[in-house]
Design a protein around this ligand. Structure first.
Ligand code: RUQ
Ligand code: CUA
Length: 652
């Protein structure tokens, strides 16, 4: 034990030396880019970027939208976290989005966005992203740039090998990082080995509306499932998951989960399991998980609690699950555009391992197995190996592809991106990153047709790249031109939260579908008010419902009396504007939630519980017109015992 600890510490020390060496040496080309490079990222005032980048917000729980090549941030889309900037998760309409089987969970750790595909190409309809902490998958519309749906994933913990989609968006896949007792129960942690299980969830996506439903979960051995990618082209129908901790250790994993020379990539023939399930296979198991759906017409989300899930034991479906030995605690699991090569990024391995899908099928056909784990056949490493990139760097994490036969791998420890050739496995180029790169993204990099012009690296440590902002700096991305043989660093730009993966797409696939307004005529919100005639204040016991409108530059009504201490006031506010980019805000003094930012044609509800007698103002928070400062109103709050009748007015 002592010896193991010592050798691990030695490895860590070597890594640390590499990291610090890299971090302290100033790059030769930083701060001295040729003007040619500056032109490549310059988007003149009023002109548009050529690509959207959807960058995960990590522990912000959200998704940010950037332009490439400028690196300008356009928007933060709230997904798993309450967002006071627009009232997401605070308004009555959006609160149900954050419901889970644990109750209201207003935060998560979002990692890997993936854009929907049709025939292996990005179609720009939706972005999916995972919540890592309280396992969830979200679907974001690329028409409204709003979160439309969140489904919780039961039997899962640390929903990390997610959310990756198949080539026709048949499934969005979610794999558990932590194995757990399934079903959960009170048991000794020490009995982990052999008793815990890892659920890999296949969530079907309705081709028209995008609605998600858990089709089945494969209950795998109790390893850690780290990342995953779909097969495509010839390997369409399969899904690949990296595993680590095949040792099934339950403590001090940095040592105990680094013992095996090889862990596995689990290859799942989901088509086969789908067929099995369609014929009634699998078992319905009691489970509790929330399914939250937002409707653009009612402008309201609903949350439903689901009660069971279909589970499949891999041994029930012979020929559906295999384990491919892969050195050594692999992180990223990346499939090339042709679907032939599966890259296992072994974090502690000297070489980068690439498996061959064709060889895998041959080995399966010849039934040449190296053994089995929990009755799942293990293939021979050498039988499946396509090749390996010899000593490309230290600490490989993720690989992307340019569609020109090249792969790009990030190395966390040696802090660089390395370009290498598929098939010959030779290293073509390497460029340092500043510093400690995690993920990287090429637009369309996870599809059959990448758009290989740009690559950007998302770095964990920012240090001296920007003006200091106290002990904590935002993370930093670096944009490279990859159109030539050598990668060229073009730009540093700060990112928000902790970007893990990002998904990027040419702007023309998305921008023309972007919604400008919500049509008032299509507003089906039950508490909408479409004109002054619809505005009113209604008492229902202690609840007071205010049906209100907003338009430049007033609220209707703007004087309200008859509200009492102890009431619960609901402001149901409809923005009557029908012009692009004219939201109004609403803020109420003392409200213990947030503002509302209401898009043209939309209805939103803010709850306020007045605590003090007096006359209290509300106002518009968004500078909407020359008379924005005049956009305000008052509510009179009387004592609980008062008998003042409700009344409301606008003007005389
Ligand atoms: S994983 S680098 Cu989710 Cu690599 Cu972050
Ligand atoms: Cu409406 Cu300011």
């Amino acid at each position: 034990m002592k010896k193991i600890l010592k050798s691990t510490l030695a490895i860590v020390a070597v890594f640390a030396a590499f990291t610090s060496c890299n971090n302290s040496s100033k790059s030769s080309n930083s701060g001295a880019l040729s003007s040619n490079n500056a032109e490549k990222v310059y988007v003149a005032p009023g002109e548009h970027d050529s690509h959207y980048a959807f960058i995960s917000g990590g522990y912000s729980g959200n998704l940010t939208v950037y332009g490439l090549p400028s690196g300008r941030m356009f928007k933060e889309i709230p997904v798993f976290s309450q967002f006071p900037t627009n009232g997401y998760g605070y308004s009555e309409e959006t609160k149900p989005m954050l419901e889970t089987s644990y109750g209201f969970v207003p935060w998560d750790d979002s990692h890997h966005p993936d854009i929907s595909q049709t025939k292996g190409k990005l179609d720009g309809r939706w972005v999916f992203i995972n919540g890592n902490n309280t396992p969830r998958i979200a679907r974001i519309s690329l028409t409204t740039f709003e979160t439309e749906e969140i489904i919780e994933v039961p039997n899962s913990a640390g929903n990390h090998s997610s959310s990756f989609i198949t080539e026709n968006t048949e499934y969005v896949v979610a794999g558990t990082r932590f194995s757990v007792p399934i079903p959960q129960k009170d048991m000794s942690i020490k009995d982990y080995k052999g008793n815990f299980k890892g659920a890999l969830s296949f969530i079907s996506v309705d081709p028209e509306h995008g609605h998600m439903d858990i089709k089945f979960q494969v209950l795998m051995p109790g390893f850690n499932y780290d990342l995953s990618h779909p097969g495509r082209g010839k390997s369409h129908g399969w899904f690949f998951f990296t595993t680590y901790n095949t040792e099934e250790a339950n403590s001090l994993l940095e040592v105990n989960a680094s013992q095996n020379d090889k862990d596995f990539i689990a290859a799942i023939n989901w088509k086969k399991i789908e067929e099995y399930v369609n014929n009634g296979g699998g078992t319905m198991m009691p489970a509790e998980y929330a399914h939250n759906v937002y409707d653009d017409n009612t402008h309201t989300a609903t949350s439903t609690m689901k009660k069971e899930v279909r589970v499949v034991n891999p041994t029930e479906v012979p020929g559906a699950v295999y384990l491919i030995p892969t050195p050594k605690s692999p992180h990223g699991c990346d499939v090339d555009p042709s679907g032939e090569y599966i890259v296992g990024n072994g974090k502690l391995s000297a070489n980068l391992t690439v498996h061959s899908f064709t060889k895998m099928l041959d080995a399966i056909k010849n039934e040449k197995f190296a053994g089995e784990a929990y009755d799942i056949p293990i293939l021979n490493f050498e039988d499946v190996l396509a090749g390996s990139v010899e000593q490309p760097g230290l600490g490989p994490l993720h690989t992307e592809f340019d569609g020109q036969g090249n792969a790009y791998t990030t190395f966390f420890i040696s802090s660089e991106v390395v370009k290498w050739k598929l098939g010959t496995w030779e290293v073509i180029d390497r460029k340092p990153t500043y510093y400690s790169v995690g993920h990287l993204t090429i637009p369309g990099g996870n599809s059959a047709e990448p758009f290989g012009k740009y690559m950007f690296a998302m770095n964990k440590i920012t240090k001296d790249r920007y003006l200091p902002t106290g002990p904590e700096m935002e993370h930093s991305a670096q944009l490279y031109d990859i159109s030539g043989d050598k990668m060229e660093l073009l730009l540093d730009f700060p990112t928000h939260g902790e970007p893990h993966y990002a998904a990027a797409i040419p702007a023309e696939i998305v921008k023309n579908n972007s919604r400008k307004i919500f049509k008032l005529a299509e507003n089906e919100h039950p508490k909408k008010a479409l004109s002054d005639a619809d505005t009113k204040v209604v008492r229902d016991g202690k609840n007071v419902h205010i049906y209100m409108t907003m338009i430049r530059s007033h609220f209707s009504p703007d004087n309200i009396e008859g509200v009492k201490v102890g009431d619960k006031v609901f402001f149901h506010i409809t923005n009557l504007e029908q012009d692009f980019d004219v939201p109004h805000g609403f803020a109420m003094i003392g409200a213990r939630n947030a503002e509302l930012l209401i898009a043209p044609g939309q209805t939103r509800t803010l709850t306020w519980e007045p605590q003090k007698v007096g006359v209290w103002p509300f106002y518009c928070t968004d500078f909407c017109s020359a008379l924005h400062q005049e956009m305000q109103g008052y509510i009179r709050v009387s004592p609980a015992s008062s008998d003042i009748e409700l009344s409301w007015s606008l003007g005389e």
